[in-house]
Design a protein around this ligand. Structure first.
Ligand code: NAG
Ligand code: NAG
Length: 585
């Protein structure tokens, strides 16, 4: 009786609470990155020369414009795969953000590299003017929202932090301005959701007192980017910068500790992500990296330590659409990073992509990311139509069939790359360059490169992953081929070795060759990096394969690789068929 009345009393109240919370909790935020506005982009320019209209050198143009005659490619109104962004592209992106979501956004993350590579030789005054123009465009369009800007590597040197803080002061509260003007980093509390946004200056991650900065700049742009020699790319990192870099680390840990004590949740936002670039094939050594090895380890340690408060990590810089998983020391996935593709279509030395914008959907109560919608522009189509056509490309949960966005769900998804159904990797790969097709399909080692970059943020583990998974491709292929070839002939083998001599001999030799190296490397990995053993665990279900045999699942996954080891042909045709099926979805 008493229970009943209490229930009756409570139920309308509970209902109201549930109703209001269900309505109030969903919020949105945009993530835009790598705008790379090139103010000298010209539709009359040369697509092979950054879409610039360069003055003819030598002046020997006696009516015969050879260059123009031999280049049928003229830059489009909204950009070109070989160039940075024209103003029209950026303007259309911002208009689209406004049109798609209006004021129904909590904030906008803007993760750096607003300036083009072409801006580097420009005067600082001019660079600042470009930044101001973009800032004003965003400010006009999102007059009642906060935009959280993050410094990219093209955006500013330490002595400009104050000037840039001035530019962005209407978005940054005074506490944030204080650290921004000192070091280009800050944190902001979203009181509504007990969410703290921590904006890092990842330029400092390239500084390491222990590693001499060989060329001062890990990224080498082609020479044609510079119309005049670069002014100040000092090979030596000034002590002051190193001190500031150290200060940021200390500050970051302090912020994370406070957030944990106050039971806030945290988004870490930055320009350059830790770990390897998934599109840069092969082991990546210092000079190609963004974070130095030491800073990379340091960052990962912090994420492991504070994973319980870190709800998400958001980065740009790579220009590609990808993600990363951070594991704890036992190999359990504990945190994730999302890397959003760029608005600019060009990535020097790596590839191109279609312009992209991302809209996140999150629970404003606890910061939990629920989904995102990726928007894209089909660049050739938009140029042909002379209209900035921005369309939804996909929704994360739907596209990858995820139940939620968590480290575990993303881990299970990444494990599907190495499963027998290659359509999952094809899906991911199609989105990776925002549906820009670069020609050759990504198979074998290319696929492995993505898989290892996603699941091994530590550089050593990444290289080991490439190496051991590759070795095990060979040895498992050998075992599988050997067993299948000789299963029928086992009696024959026992009785007379000659019977299947021509099958076994090459394999025996190969086995002797590879098994020795493989076993040592594999055991080394399993003991030193627990993640290697744990990654074949399906956290929703049981083990897909014996966890002591780290790479077995990977191998059986790729039928094409069960060919003799030196012949690394893959099921190209079936993959193509699946890709074309996907394309017809
Ligand atoms: C900034 O915007 C103004 C007004 O639209 C324009 O005149 C100026 O050329 C722009 N500056 C640069 C560097 O593009
Ligand atoms: C993504 O989800 C939204 C609603 O959450 C829906 O309106 C939209 O059509 C979806 N887009 C795609 C590309 O699936």
């Amino acid at each position: 009786m008493r229970n009943m009345s209490l229930e009756l009393l409570l139920s309308p109240f509970l209902f109201a609470v549930l109703l209001s919370s269900a309505h109030a909790r969903i919020g949105y935020f945009w993530h835009i990155t790598d705008l790379h506005l090139d103010t000298i982009y010209s539709m009359e320019g040369d697509a092979r020369k950054s879409c610039w209209q360069l003055p003819r050198s030598g002046g020997a143009s006696n009516g015969m414009s050879v260059a123009a005659a031999s280049s049928p490619e003229t830059p489009g109104a909204f950009g070109d795969y070989h160039c940075d962004s024209p103003w029209s592209l950026i303007e259309s992106a911002v208009k689209t953000m406004k049109a798609k979501q209006g004021d129904n956004v909590e904030f906008v993350l803007w993760t750096g590299d607003a300036l083009s590579h072409s801006a580097q030789p420009l005067s600082e005054l001019k660079q600042h003017e470009i930044l101001r123009n973009i800032t004003e465009l965003l400010g006009r369009s999102f007059s009642s929202q906060f935009i959280f800007p993050v410094l990219g590597h093209e955006d500013g040197t330490p002595h400009k932090y104050k000037q840039m803080g001035e530019l962005w002061r209407h978005w940054l509260p005074s506490e944030a301005l204080l650290t921004f003007e000192q070091g280009g980093y800050y944190s902001i509390e979203q009181t509504k959701s007990r969410l703290r946004i921590v904006a890092l200056n990842t330029n400092f991650m390239r500084h390491d007192p222990k590693v001499p900065q060989a060329n001062g700049n890990g990224i080498r742009w082609p020479a044609e980017y510079y119309t005049e020699p670069r002014a100040s790319s000092s090979a030596q990192v000034p002590d002051e910068d190193l001190q500031q870099a150290e200060q940021q680390w200390l500050w970051l840990e302090e912020v994370l500790t406070k957030s944990r004590n106050k039971q806030e949740t945290v988004y870490i936002v930055g320009h350059m992500p830790p770990g390897a670039d998934e599109r840069h094939l092969g082991p990546q050594h210092n000079g190609q990296l963004t974070f130095t090895e030491r800073n990379n380890k340091r960052y990962l340690e912090l994420v492991r330590k504070y994973a319980s408060v870190i709800q998400g990590q958001f980065f740009g810089h790579l220009h590609s659409d990808t993600f990363r998983i951070v594991y704890d020391e036992h190999g359990t996935p504990i945190s994730w990073l999302m890397i959003a593709p760029s608005i600019a279509p060009r990535k020097s030395g790596i590839g191109s992509n279609n312009p992209a914008l991302r809209l996140y959907k999150f629970d404003t109560g606890n910061g939990q990311v629920v989904d995102y919608t990726q928007y894209w522009m089909d660049l050739p189509l938009a140029n042909r139509a002379n209209e900035p056509l921005w369309l939804p490309e996909y929704n994360l949960t739907h596209y990858y069939a995820l139940n939620d966005i968590s480290a575990i769900a993303l881990h299970n998804f990444a494990e599907r790359f190495t499963g027998s159904d290659t359509s999952w990797f094809s899906r991911y790969y199609r989105a990776n360059a925002v549906r820009h097709q670069s020609g050759s399909p990504c198979l074998g080692l290319c696929m492995l490169n993505h898989y290892c970059a996603i699941t091994r943020l530590d550089y050593d583990e990444f290289r080991q992953c490439l190496e051991t998974e590759q070795l095990s491709l060979h040895s498992h292929a050998a075992i599988a081929a050997l067993s299948s070839c000789c299963a029928l002939f086992s009696l024959c083998v026992a009785l007379s070795f000659v019977c299947c001599w021509h099958y076994t001999l090459p394999w025996m030799l190969h086995m002797l060759d590879t098994s020795a190296t493989t076993t040592t490397t594999t055991t080394a990995t399993t003991t030193s990096t627990p993640t290697a053993t744990a990654t074949n665990m399906d956290y929703d279900g049981q083990c897909e394969v014996a966890p002591t045999e780290p790479n077995a699942g990977f191998i059986t996954a790729i039928p094409g690789l069960l060919l003799p080891a030196p012949n690394m042909r893959m099921g190209v045709r079936s993959r193509r068929q699946r890709m074309s099926q996907l394309a017809n979805l």
